[in-house]
Design a protein around this ligand. Structure first.
Ligand SMILES: [Zn+2]
Length: 247
């Protein structure tokens, strides 16, 4: 952990700890959030989703997951051993945006092909993970935004890890736009086979910086390690590595 001598929390004066590549840091002593480059206070809404589970309950949830579904080896729960349970508060940008795509394309499923145009208009709370490489399946994560509260460092468990942001607001917005564009391109393929023109306009309503509790569970099964990611706010398994049957 690098400690920059010249960056101190402008709220409580404690040194602000951060790693290379981190751009926005939250003080672990008072919860105040600072932009590292400038040392200035972070001016956007900073929210927190509360973790509702403890270490023991994680054993139960992991056991339930191992017992459920047809895809898993029958002895998975019996023969597995949980070797790590880490609670990590991951940083996200939540981009509340209305996206309007106008397109023109060619519908080739009939002869002769016809030119069609249309619009896709959707509202999103689009989630962008604020880390460059965290191995987290953001699109599979249905963030329970209704439970968010203003960031409160006192609600963070002593054993939990809070990750800082490596992505600033404008970059997060660009990423959200790119991802929405890809999504709309996918949607309009139901309507046209070849896209001739496509433009998307965005109306950004709000951008919120959010820390969400994710449990990283590591378990061993027959000599191999596997990972399970569980949403600490809902107990839902976001992603689980399943050993192949018949080993
Ligand atoms: Zn502080």
């Amino acid at each position: 952990m690098a400690v920059a001598e010249n960056i101190r929390c402008s709220h409580c004066g404690a040194p602000v700890e951060f790693k290379p590549g981190e751009i926005i840091a939250t003080c672990r002593y008072c919860g105040f959030t600072t932009v590292i480059e400038t040392g200035e206070a972070f001016n956007f809404e900073h929210s927190l989703l509360l973790n509702k589970y403890d270490l023991t309950q994680m054993d139960d949830l992991t056991g339930d997951w191992m017992h459920s579904g047809f895809m898993k080896p029958g002895d998975l729960a019996r023969k597995s051993k949980i070797v790590e349970k880490n609670l990590v508060y991951l940083p996200f940008w939540v981009v509340s945006v209305e996206a309007k795509t106008s397109y023109k394309g060619i519908f080739e499923r009939i002869a002769p092909p016809i030119v069609k145009d249309g619009k896709i208009q959707r509202e999103y709370n689009w989630l962008v993970l604020a880390r460059e490489a965290a191995g987290f399946p953001t699109r599979a994560y249905d963030v329970p935004l209704e439970g968010k509260i203003p960031y409160d460092f006192r609600k963070i468990e002593g054993f939990a890890k809070v990750l800082n942001s490596e992505i600033e607001r404008d970059e997060a917005l660009e990423l959200a736009k790119q991802q929405i564009e890809v999504h709309h391109r996918f949607l309009l393929q139901q309507d046209v086979d070849k896209i001739v023109e496509m433009t998307t306009e965005y109306e950004v309503k709000q951008m919120v910086y959010l820390h969400a509790p994710i449990w990283f569970i590591k378990y061993d099964y027959r000599g191999e390690s596997y990972q399970l990611l569980i949403d600490g706010a809902t107990g839902i398994v976001v992603k689980g590595d399943i050993p192949q049957k018949g080993f």
